[in-house]
Design a protein around this ligand. Sequence first.
Ligand SMILES: [Zn+2]
Length: 367
Amino acid sequence: MSQSTAALQPPTALQRFAPKSAFWNDLKAAATHHLAAETEKGRPSTGDPRLKRKAAMIVVWFGLSYTALLFAPTLAAALVAALSLAIGASALGFSVFHDANHGTLFRRAVSNLYAARVCSVLLGPSRHFWVYKHQGLHHRQPNVLGWDDDLETRGRLRLSPASAWKPRFRLQELKAVLYYGLNTIEWLFWKDFHCLIHGRLNDWHSLELDKHQRVEFLICKGLYVLLFVLPPFLTLPLVWAAGAFVVFHFVLGWILAVVFQLAHLTPGMEFEGVRAEDDWARHQLRTTADFATGSRVATWFTGGLNHQIEHHLFPNVAHTHYSSLRPVVRLIAERHGVQCHDLGCISHAVGQHFSLLRSLGRATVHT
Ligand SMILES: [Zn+2]
């Protein structure tokens, strides 16, 4: 994958981290010890059998929901099937696509690659653009404007106090409800193609796909449209299929946007860039929060993304380990006086996110 120099420079240069701190060295040693004990119990850090069973369950859920949609006998049944499919697709994205791209679903890299490709067909996103956006930028420098692409909304929302305020951001907390709902329609049917044609991920980062990557992009997008977009329009009345399409994407877009945004975009997080004294691990903790970690349903459904601190510290460990890693992280952090942010239950976390949107939309909160 070639990554040419961007025509526009990000507002801040790539910020360097301080050398590894004693906190990170101690945490890494404790986590390594913990994960070795888990491996001996048959739960390895990658290719955890629990994760494979979960992935199989989600694929079955996705398949049954899609079949129910294709053969829905009434409009109401089609909409319920679309709702179930959207929730199943979210789970597939969180627990299979995300883990496979981080190399944790299977032990072998080639198996993770094919799992990610299959997910690209089932869900529609370009694997290459998403991996660069998520791992190349977001995980590398979370909440740093110009480097974390999760802050990039093409001017629609102001997600960081470091970005300039404009009048159109007033009441953005209300606009976000619609914008998040349209997220996957824009991403899958416009943004991926815009990135491919222009060879850019956003204003600041170029990403030219080579010939093989372009072929993979077109095959996955083509199969996605042929297998998962067009068939409902062939088996169902047009109005039912259109209604199911809207319900599916609105619910999917909202779930994806909210789960990926909650853990970084709340008032307690830092947006000022990397502090001079911070190493990589400390920066992750200043910009990341856990939420709803007491809920087994939330942990299962979000693919461990509610344990966002553990995910950012150990992105190459299967998410099935995050619950047991959490007390390890807390213990070492407390020893070193490092704060771990926790947003509490999901409704409070959503409230915090919209509170940030509201305050950033006001003219008084700007750089
Ligand atoms: Zn990740």
